[in-house]
Design a protein around this ligand. Structure first.
Ligand code: SF4
Length: 233
């Protein structure tokens, strides 16, 4: 069976590529090299999740790379911090090291779980992988795993694999936290608005009820007055 090195960015994203590659007759082996995941405990959580995946599927896992140094990475970006531009600088070292490792270890091909994510810049990943393959004389296997997005999500939930809340780097973490804060604030504002509307409606009902009661009391008073004046006459 031909051996393929599957660069894996995390546990959940590796699931469908493993399944698909196996269905095609490949023998995948996992490669952990993601020096841009912040903070360190997140890096460890994702690596451990991948170890769990490797164990569940019974496939070898090759681990490389030290814990992240976000300050150095942001410095290297030289101001290109926008999503997209910065991502190329993040794919490149991973694809280079994967291609180098695949060539050195005699793999028949390599690919990446990054090609499963619908949030990544798919074309940039492919371009970086092809360049890295050419540089080291490795063979890059292009596959679009994105159509299996929901299968992967469901499988990761079924297997209880740790699912991260941001892409990886310190910038994506800050963006995710800001989005989360924004969503929470929006939710709190909607809740407060609903409470105010309900209070307003309750007050309107109370005023209407009081007005109706006053009207009925006035009617009753007039009726009694009429009866009294009849009796007196
Ligand atoms: S958003 Fe994701 S792909 Fe882009 S630089 Fe950050 S970790 Fe890398």
């Amino acid at each position: 069976m031909p051996r393929i090195l599957l660069h894996a960015c995390c546990g959940p994203c590796a699931l469908m590529p493993i399944s698909r590659l196996r269905d095609e007759g490949w023998a995948p082996e996992l490669f952990w090299f993601n020096p841009n995941i912040h903070p360190v405990d997140e890096w460890l959580k994702r690596r451990d999740a991948l170890r769990e995946v490797a164990e569940k599927f019974g496939i070898p896992l090759h681990e490389e790379g030290s814990e992240p140094d976000p300050a150095a990475w942001v410095r290297e970006l030289g101001g290109e911090t926008a999503f997209g531009a910065r991502c190329v600088q993040c794919y490149r070292p991973r694809m280079i090291r994967t291609a180098e490792f695949a060539a050195a270890q005699g793999f028949d091909a390599f690919t990446s779980s990054l090609l499963y994510s619908k949030y990544q810049n798919h074309e940039s990943i492919v371009a970086e992988a092809e360049q890295a393959a050419a540089r080291f004389g490795a063979s890059f296997l292009y596959r679009d795993f994105r159509p299996f997005w929901w299968d992967g999500i469901n499988m990761s939930k079924e297997l209880g694999i740790y699912r991260q809340k941001w892409c990886g780097c310190i910038l994506s973490m800050k963006e995710a936290l800001a989005q989360q804060k924004e969503a929470e604030e929006r939710k709190a504002a909607q809740k407060a608005e609903r409470a105010a509307r309900l209070a307003r409606e309750a007050e309107e009902r109370r005023i209407k009820k009081e007005a109706l009661a006053a009207k009925q009391a006035e009617k009753a008073r007039k009726r009694l007055e009429k009866i009294d004046s009849k009796n007196m006459a």
